[in-house]
Write a protein that binds this ligand. Structure first.
Ligand code: DAK
Length: 256
């Protein structure tokens, strides 16, 4: 079986399952490169509107593959291969939802942090334990966590490597929703279905603006929002969406 299983899961929705159960879905470089290939393909596939990434009941992903990390030297070319693989997810214009059960540790939670929505099961365990290995997060953890949860929560968590529950993570703003474990994938797919039924250009514009805005000065971010908002007035879907409201019918969005 491949390290990633891709399955259609409704109109415009693709479910990607991480599939290294023997290693708690540890993110070997080859798994991440395969994930990047899937994401790159889906990024430019017009029929794909939303992507869900999940693991299994025991682990979303227990971090980078520690065996591989133990062998790396400072000039190892795998650092660059790794960066390129993460970039595919970071640059994906389609919404990605992480459906998290079990362990999401280190690079595993950083993978979830690359996604746009995180649905976590009540029993999920989240942590950035890199400091316990003499390391630190290397796939955006220090930066995405401080932006999502603020300095004092981030420091408390990153400096100790302590694990937290999904409910604690929700309180810190580190996940979007917590649901019973058995409902995680179904809930993520329901959200994906809803997003997939909405206007693709508007969805894409919202994702881009939400991600770019917080790192720009506020007047620039607000200008970005205004311009992007204005651009959507060129879309057929904007005409369809507003007309359907006036005619009291469901809109038929085409992504044009
Ligand atoms: N890597 C490799 N194998 C792993 C693994 C991992 N991260 N986590 C678990 N496994 C393997 C175990 O070795 C074991 O294999 P066998 O002995 O059966 O062959 C199997 O999965 C089951 O694990 P356990 O027997 O340990 O299961 P338990 O239920 O007892 O414990 C656990 C579950 C999740 C608490 C424990 O496995 C654990 O602590 N795992 C390590 C968690 C961790 O420290 N993760 C952080 C790794 S550092 C980078 C960007 C990012 C990163 C790296 C580079 N670049 C941009 C270059 C990220 C770094 C990290 O994530």
């Amino acid at each position: 079986m491949p390290d990633i299983i891709s399955e259609p899961a409704g109109e415009g929705v693709i479910l990607l399952r991480l599939n290294r159960p023997e290693a708690l879905n540890a993110l070997s470089l080859s798994l991440r490169q395969l994930l990047a290939r899937h994401i790159n393909e889906l990024s430019t596939d017009d029929t794909t509107r939303c992507i869900v990434i999940t693991g299994n009941d025991k682990a979303f992903a227990a971090g980078a593959d520690i065996g591989e990390l133990s062998r790396r030297t400072v000039l190892d070319a795998d650092f660059e291969r790794s960066r390129v693989a993460w970039l595919a997810i970071e640059a994906c214009p389609k919404p990605i939802i992480a459906a998290v059960n079990g362990f999401a540790l280190g690079g595993g939670f950083e993978l979830a942090l690359h996604c746009d929505i995180i649905v976590a099961g009540e029993g999920a365990t989240i942590g950035q334990p890199e400091v316990r290995l003499g390391l630190m997060p290397g796939a955006g953890g220090t930066q995405r966590i401080v932006r999502a949860a603020g300095k004092f929560a981030a420091m408390r968590w990153l400096l100790t490597g302590d694990r937290i529950s999904a409910t604690e993570a929700l309180g810190l703003g580190l996940v979007s929703e917590v649901v019973p474990d058995q409902d995680v994938v179904a809930r993520a797919l329901a959200l994906a279905d809803k997003i997939a039924s909405l206007a693709p250009l508007a969805v894409r514009a919202i994702k881009e603006t939400v991600l770019l805005g917080p790192d720009a000065p506020l007047p620039v971010a607000l200008a970005l929002e205004r311009k992007t908002f204005q651009l959507l007035f060129a879309s057929e879907d904007r005409a369809e969406g507003t007309q359907a409201f006036i005619e009291r019918r469901q809109p038929q969005f085409k992504g044009k």
